[in-house]
Design a protein around this ligand. Structure first.
Ligand code: F6P
Length: 324
């Protein structure tokens, strides 16, 4: 039976480009004569019936706006059979045939359970961590990289003036994608990531000494939040070099701001694909880009996939930060 009405929600940490994805889903759905409801505050909205109508005009001007107009939240209740049952009942009551959820792995686990309960589901990957295994790229990553690089460029100016060492902690949860990209982009002297063990003397101190020997007197060290703590790194540098490093934890600023063109376009493409998936009657799917092509995967398989740090990317970062 053809579907008539779909719901959209955003869940987990927000990411720049989520609004562009919402707009794309709404416009693609109306193009195919589907009605669209917006479910607010993640899966909570599905449990509590916190739902609004989304018209074509309600999503005008959204491509360039950060955050998510639907709000987002993590919803522990959705992990229980009772939570899923309530969500399924809401879908039945509101005539929702399919749900598109924009978020990360936790969001997709929710979709998997909802699809078991008989609702068609499709996920759209959005997280600044870029750690979703079934896709080379997640919405929000490029914007977060640009935001962090811009902040660190500014830090470099003042570090250079005062001949200081800057320790910058970037987000990424348990992954170092953001740290490596940003580290390459700003020409960091050292980059510490959770996926690769590091030797403090060789991977931090030696790099500082070599940089100093080449006549430089300021240093930028990037620490991924999953690799350790900027305060500990600063304390060790102080102990061994006598320098008094300054610490900057970039924090949630990395999740905000207007999405870059890459994020706007990727979100728009992925959103449209998700609607096509539901119209085809598929369920338990998640959209991804692998080797440049837009695809969709079974959520079970997607959650089993592993995504490490690309060796060549890490190697590039290490080689470029060496200054012998
Ligand atoms: O997953 C996105 C992310 O920003 C991570 O990089 C970070 O560890 C986490 O979310 C922070 O979560 P919260 O917004 O709940 O503090």
């Amino acid at each position: 039976m053809p579907i008539k009405r779909i719901g959209i929600l955003t869940s987990g940490g927000d990411a720049p480009g989520m609004n562009a994805a919402i707009r794309s889903i709404v416009r693609s759905a109306y193009y195919n004569n589907l009605e669209v409801l917006g479910i607010r505050r993640g899966y909570n909205g599905l449990i509590n019936g916190d739902i609004i109508q989304l018209s074509q005009s309600s999503v005008g001007g959204l491509t360039g706006r950060g955050g998510t107009i639907l709000y987002t939240a993590r919803c522990p209740e959705f992990n229980s059979p009772e939570g899923i049952a309530k969500a399924r009942d809401t879908c039945k009551y509101r005539g929702i045939d399919g749900i598109v959820a924009i978020g990360g792995d936790g969001t997709f686990r929710g979709l998997r359970d909802l699809s078991h309960a008989g609702v068609l589901t499709c996920g759209v990957p959005a997280t600044i961590d870029n750690d979703i295994a079934c896709t080379n790229y997640s919405i929000g990553f490029d914007t977060a990289c640009n935001t962090a690089a811009d902040a660190i460029d500014k830090l470099r100016d003042t570090m250079q003036s005062h001949e200081r060492c800057s320790i910058v902690e970037v987000m990424g949860h348990r992954s170092g994608h953001l740290a490596v990209y940003v580290g390459i982009a700003v020409g960091a002297n050292a980059i510490l990531v959770p996926e690769r063990p590091y030797d403090f003397r060789q991977d931090v101190l030696e790099k500082i000494y070599c940089t100093r020997n080449r006549g430089h007197s300021h240093f930028i060290i990037i620490v991924a939040e999953g690799a350790g703590n900027a305060i500990d790194v600063a304390a060790q540098i102080k102990e061994h070099t006598g320098m008094e490093p300054r610490i900057t934890v970039l924090g949630h600023i990395q999740r905000g701001g207007a999405p870059t063109v890459r994020d706007r376009v990727t979100a728009s493409r992925m959103g449209k694909h998700a609607v096509d998936v539901l119209i085809e009657g598929k369920t338990n799917r998640v959209v991804g880009i692998l080797d440049g092509s837009l695809q969709d995967f079974d959520i079970y398989e997607a959650l089993e996939m592993k995504r490490g740090l690309q060796d060549s990317m890490y190697e590039t970062a290490v080689i470029l930060s060496r200054s012998v």
